[in-house]
Write a protein that binds this ligand. Structure first.
Ligand SMILES: Nc1ncnc2c1ncn2[C@@H]1O[C@H](COP(=O)(O)OP(=O)(O)OP(=O)(O)O)[C@@H](O)[C@H]1O
Ligand SMILES: [Mg+2]
Length: 232
């Protein structure tokens, strides 16, 4: 579905993605792990057309447009790091904003799907987004992305600042979303979370993909164990 070949991305003279190549097949759940500053967000922003890059990117066999509006219209929907909700709008209105690319849709039945996945959002429907807890805000950000009916969901660091119990809820929701047919590309530095339901994993370190494999292969890898699964 998504093919990236030899992608190089710069901020001025800083070379932050170096010959990155990766693939995501339809229906897959793929995680990109890596420490702070590795380039995960830059990679997702480049896929979305929010950042320019040099290299080949294609989606469903055609070159990926370098225009974020066109990328969204293809069904590549980005749930950004830091959530970027509309703080002074209600939960319901934030969700409805996510559906802007759809032409004919029944808002109530679309909202119902999100409320089934995250029942707390139904209870909070009329509350302003800024009044939600961090976990609820993350659920809302994911719900808003789903309202655009993604073919490919790009998810950046959804565990940021969340307690283990909330991470578990979100991990289970991601599995359900993937089981329902949505392809997922997750960027995440919480490695146990990233490995939990992924089919395949890439490790990005200072802009270079240094390892690719299955979650089992990652768990068995000494470098991954020492650097990413050591725990404190
Ligand atoms: N707008 C920018 N201008 C200049 N440099 C930037 C910009 N955004 C990111 N960078 C640099 O690019 C590199 C990659 O950053 P990026 O945010 O993609 O990493 P990340 O893997 O998402 O990190 P984190 O886990 O902290 O979110 C870092 O060295 C960062 O300082
Ligand atoms: Mg990031």
């Amino acid at each position: 579905m998504l093919v990236i070949e030899d992608l190089n991305v710069y901020y001025a003279k800083a070379h932050v993605l170096k010959n990155v190549s990766l693939r995501v097949s339809q229906g897959e759940f793929v995680s990109i792990i890596g420490p702070n500053g590795a380039g995960k967000t830059t990679l997702l922003r480049t896929i979305s057309g929010l950042k320019d890059g040099q290299g080949r990117l294609s989606f469903n066999g055609a070159p990926l447009p370098r225009d974020p509006v066109k990328v969204v219209q293809l069904g590549v929907i980005h749930c950004p790091e830091g959530r970027h909700l509309f703080p002074e709008m209600s939960v319901k209105d934030n969700l409805l904003m996510g559906a802007f690319r759809l032409k004919n849709f029944d808002p109530e039945s679309e909202l119902e799907k999100i409320y089934q996945l995250f029942p707390i959002l139904r209870e909070r429907e009329r509350q302003m987004a800024r009044t939600l807890s961090g976990g609820e805000q993350q659920m809302l950000a994911i719900g808003r992305a789903l309202m655009g009916r993604p073919e490919l969901l790009l998810l950046d660091e959804p565990t940021l600042g969340l307690a283990p119990i909330v991470r578990k809820t979100i991990a289970e929701a991601l599995k359900q979303i993937n089981d329902s047919g949505v392809t997922i590309l997750l960027a995440e530095q919480n490695v146990p979370f990233a490995l939990a339901h992924a089919h395949r994993v890439y490790l990005l370190e200072t802009g270079v993909i240094v390892k690719a494999g299955t979650p089992e292969e990652f768990r068995a890898d000494e470098h991954v164990q020492q650097v990413y699964l050591g725990g404190v």
